[in-house]
Unconditional design. Structure first.
Length: 709
């Protein structure tokens, strides 16, 4: 496949041939396909997506406007009022720096906001070229091209790199895969000087990846295991003795130079995961050197067993004594998916949910089949000479990264990106070997044509199925969604409710105002309203988030006291539901569309209170106590009217299982005598249109209010 062809022209010593045009064309196709799929949200509005990108945009904007040195001294006073936030110490520094540098080079006349919207889709699409280069090392050009095309349509990778997704994953994966490619290319280079340069640059870029996304710690696992295998699989031990330590030292120095991940990572589990394999490699080479030929492997394996036992013992001891810094729970959970957290705040985050079988099948479907074929073909010895995959150590790395990627991804749905990378590598190699074997078969001309044509059509159909089926929930349409700020993270149609509310706060509240809300909306408030928030999505002060959850269930007077002591001037809530008109022309509401009214169960868990006090058995309908006695119940501008069974068309006055709470509009706080006053409600609440509703409500604290003793 992709054999040499007619020479078109020559550049220096390089002969540009026809098959190079084909390779470039396929890579352009992969990039374009990836970008188009990732950009579907533009039809709903050109906005940043989700929550974290708004802070990342503001941090990048700070660099562009104030410079890099000022960035490292910046304490953001609009986050976590009144504490503020040390941005460089608590952020993905290289995401902000890379965003600022690329904007200053390529931004032109575009606004930084628009540039950061495009950035993740472009970086994610460019990674199709990086993975082509990486897989080409393992299985040749055909395998690399297949990997590039598969990367372009991989749903988990697309979902974590949509237009506007100015978060860590797209850049982290780009840096991570590029660093791995340079490292592997370096240790396979025939020119040791060039190999050394690749190894150093690969280590630096891997360090940049660590400073872009903490999830890049995944790449340490296959690299550490791969280093352990090298003394058994390669004979050029002198090269290994300096090249591997060079990579590890450069990587750790680069990672340690940033405040995050910093020295804690270098001297913690992350750094040790590379340091110990490197020490083993050196020791194993020495042991093999002094051993007889027949005992080299045996003695090396004995040393490996001793290292495993010693390492496991040290890990247990250090976990008890806390002598070695351990990563946070979510990283430990990635290493051990059987760990469970007792922290409801962690559980409440959607991206920390465990991947279900249904989701795994949706994400990977056909890749699972060809990845299995890839593993089988890599291990089998019954292959034609011209389709065998390269060296044994490369086979080892492919299998290691394949298995570890699938294993790690079982912990969180967010980590499915690593399963995708692993399955893409295995599938691409498996497909390339299978394709070469099929095309190497020799029959009569008619049978040859029929077999090869049928094979190509079958492969195309198999990969086209998840792209088009099921209708409305396939790999393409699944990513066809508006930006979160247009829906409030609900399934509602896009609207400007949040954008209009944030703009209203920016124009109609004093610049030194402090805004309270659930932590989900903190970044939106500080970035678009340019007002200080008391909690945001960085979760730096978990106790503050718990405190807000507790305030929701306090009496309005107690809540007023707490918020006033915290310096809060305004409080924002978001309510979602269904609006409809009954036969008497009365407007009714069925709340529960994904706003704060749907989070009461999690508020109660985070506040360590029983949700039964506030919710009926459906975990959605509020109790009388919730509506009449709690701060949140009073802020929600609705009151229950009746309970309705939509299947039976029956209405009752009190809650029973199977019945949904029906509410009517009821603004409880609207005068200057109340502890809070509704000063703004978004347009969907006030219009008369039936259908899904997204209501954003801004309450002003009455500073002159005096709670009764």
């Amino acid at each position: 496949m992709l054999v040499n062809s007619t020479q078109l022209f020559q550049v220096g010593n390089f002969n540009f041939k026809l098959h190079h045009v084909l390779v470039i064309g396929i890579l352009i196709l992969a990039f374009s396909t990836s970008f188009l799929i990732r950009s579907q949200s533009a039809e709903y509005g050109f906005e940043l997506n989700e929550f974290d990108p708004f802070f990342n945009f503001r941090a990048t904007e700070y660099i562009v406007e104030n410079g890099y040195f000022e960035y490292f001294e910046w304490n953001d006073d609009k986050s976590w009022y009144p504490h503020g936030r040390d941005v460089s110490k608590t952020s993905q520094i290289m995401l902000h720096i890379t965003g600022a540098i690329t904007y200053q080079i390529f931004g032109g006349d575009s606004s930084l906001y628009d540039f950061t919207i495009l950035f993740p889709a472009i970086i994610g699409s460019l990674t199709t070229i990086v993975i082509f280069a990486l897989v080409r090392l393992f299985g040749g050009t055909l395998a690399g091209l297949i990997a590039s095309l598969l990367f372009a349509i991989s749903l988990p990778l697309i979902l974590r790199g949509l237009l506007g997704w100015f978060k860590s994953e797209p850049l982290g994966i780009f840096y991570g895969l590029l660093g791995v490619y340079l490292f592997l290319s370096g240790i396979h280079s025939q020119n040791k000087k060039i190999g050394a340069l690749k190894i150093v640059f690969g280590a630096i870029i891997m360090g940049f990846g660590m400073a872009s996304w903490g999830g890049n710690q995944f790449f340490i696992i296959p690299l550490g295991l791969f280093i352990i295998t090298l003394p058994f699989l390669r004979k050029d031990h002198k090269f290994l003795l300096w090249s591997i330590p060079l990579f590890v030292i450069t990587f750790l120095l680069t990672s340690g130079m940033f405040e995050r991940p910093g020295p804690t990572f270098v001297f913690g589990m992350g750094g040790i995961s590379l340091i110990i394999p490197t020490i083993f490699l050196v020791a194993c080479i020495f042991v093999q050197k002094i051993s007889s030929d027949k005992n080299k492997i045996r003695n090396g394996l004995i040393l490996l067993l001793a290292v495993i036992i010693l390492g496991s013992s040290l890990l247990v001891i250090s976990s008890e004594s806390e002598s070695i810094p351990l990563p946070s729970f979510r990283y430990l959970n990635a290493l051990n998916p059987f760990l469970t957290t007792t922290d409801p705040l962690t559980d409440s985050v959607a991206e920390h949910a465990t991947t279900s079988i249904k989701e795994s099948f949706l994400f990977h479907t056909i890749l699972m089949i060809f990845a299995g074929i890839g593993v089988w073909l890599i291990l089998t010895k019954k292959l034609s000479d011209n389709v065998s995959i390269i060296k044994n150590e490369t086979k080892a790395f492919v299998l290691i990264i394949g298995l570890t990627g699938v294993y790690v991804s079982s912990a969180f749905i967010r980590l499915e990106v690593f399963a995708s990378v692993s399955l893409i590598i295995l599938s691409a190699i498996g497909l390339s070997i299978l394709t070469k074997e099929i095309f190497n078969l020799q029959f009569n001309k008619k049978k040859n044509y029929l077999l090869k044509t049928s094979y190509v059509i079958t492969i195309v159909i198999l990969f086209a199925i998840p792209l088009g089926f099921p209708e409305g929930s396939n790999w393409i349409t699944y990513a066809d969604m508006p930006a979160t700020i247009l829906t409030g993270a609900t399934t509602n149609p896009p609207s400007n409710d949040w954008l209009d509310t944030l703009e209203w706060m920016k124009l109609n509240t004093p610049q030194d105002s402090v805004i309270g809300s659930w932590w989900d909306y903190g970044y939106w408030i500080s970035t678009l309203s340019e007002r200080a928030s008391i909690a945001d999505n960085s979760t730096l002060i978990d106790s503050r988030i718990k405190n807000i959850a507790e305030i929701f269930f306090k009496t309005p007077d107690d809540a007023w006291n707490n918020l006033n002591e915290m310096g809060v001037d305004y409080f924002v809530i978001f309510i979602s539901g269904q609006k409809f008109v009954d036969n008497n022309n009365q407007t009714l509401y069925h709340l529960g569309g994904g706003g704060d009214e749907s989070k009461v169960f999690w508020f109660a868990r985070i506040a360590q209170q029983s949700s039964e006090n506030y919710l009926h058995s459906d975990s959605l309908s509020g109790t009388n106590y919730f509506w009449n006695e709690t701060f949140l119940g009073k802020l929600i501008p609705f009151s229950p009217l009746a309970y309705y069974n939509f299947n039976q068309n029956k209405e009752i006055s009190s809650y029973q299982p199977g019945y949904s709470q029906i509410s009517v509009k009821n603004i409880k706080y609207f005068t200057d005598d109340d502890p809070f006053k509704l000063v703004y409600s978004s347009s969907s609440f006030d219009d008369g249109n039936a259908g899904k509703m997204s209501g954003v409500f801004v309450y002003e604290l009455n500073k002159n209010y005096s709670p009764p003793n």
